[in-house]
Ligand binder design. Structure first.
Ligand SMILES: [Cu+2]
Length: 278
């Protein structure tokens, strides 16, 4: 029925000779637009709505410097993040995140690579990490995930807690009773510059940060401050380090060479403290 309706006017009305010419000129353009496009990152499962203006902008600098025609060869990157204390400039969070003042290995720092072009469509395994509310704290306090991952919030305390954020594309606020839980899907990558800040409306001191990346090269350091990235496409990257709870931030450029393991130890100091409160 639909076909009949569409064809009817063309069959009935006699067109002038130049009508065919016009059709011949217009149709190739239309058919080009209607051709199926190759699958993009956004169309893959677990990678919906991967947009990150800031990361795209920041990554452009490193990407532009990378030579054209590079291969898909990979290398590794590993190292340790340290914090060098300065008695004259006390960092009030040091006792929570530094186990040894003499060596300074920094825990709970987020480290990540940044290069929008090189890090497109990297394979990753979806995960469902848990953030527990225990002793009036979010544990872990800092989390890094891949876009499309779900985070399960639980409550091990005997009081009513809440999980809320005003950040991201779908802010939420959910009360969680004892032994209750709430699962949230994170559908947009904010990268290193735009974490999702989590709080509890009942207890103002409770806080947590969730960093959402559009690639798998991110890590939250443990007590030994170490990190390791395998199978990284060779090229030049920005290497970002952020400690949201301690309000530290720095970055530097790193080059991954094919078949090689690049060692990178980074030492932060009071010079890397950001202005304002975390
Ligand atoms: Cu609470």
């Amino acid at each position: 029925m639909l076909i009949h309706k569409k064809l009817y006017p063309i069959q009935r009305v006699r067109q002038p000779w130049y009508f065919t010419l016009i059709l011949w000129w217009i149709l190739p353009g239309c058919s080009q637009e209607n051709q199926p496009q190759p699958a993009t990152k956004d169309s893959q499962p677990n990678q919906t709505a991967v947009t990150n203006d800031q990361t795209a902008k920041d990554g452009a600098a490193a990407a532009d410097e990378t030579t054209a025609g590079e291969t898909l060869e990979t290398g590794s990157l590993e190292g340790v993040i340290y914090y060098d204390s300065d008695p004259a400039r006390q960092w009030r969070y040091s006792r929570y995140y530094i186990q040894s003042r003499s060596t300074g290995e920094l825990a709970e720092a987020v480290v990540a690579l940044r290069n929008t072009r090189l890090l497109q469509q990297q394979p990753y395994e979806a995960s469902e990490p848990v953030i527990d509310q225990r002793d009036y704290r979010f544990i872990p306090e800092t989390l890094a995930i891949h876009v499309g991952d779900r985070v399960k919030f639980t409550n091990a305390d005997t009081v009513l807690h809440n999980v809320m954020t005003r950040d991201g594309i779908d802010p939420f606020s959910v009360n969680i009773g004892t032994d209750g839980s709430y699962m949230h899907l994170f559908r947009r990558a904010g990268g290193i510059s735009r974490p999702i800040r989590i709080g509890c409306i009942f207890h103002g001191a409770m806080r947590s940060w969730i960093y959402v990346f559009a690639h798998p090269y991110f890590h939250v350091t443990q007590r030994d401050g170490s990190f390791s990235f395998q199978d990284v496409p060779a090229g030049e990257y920005n290497f970002d380090i952020v400690h949201p709870a301690g309000n530290l931030s720095t970055n530097q450029v790193v080059t991954i060479r094919p078949g090689e393991t690049t060692k990178l130890d980074v030492r932060l100091s009071p010079d890397d403290l950001r202005k304002g409160t975390p």
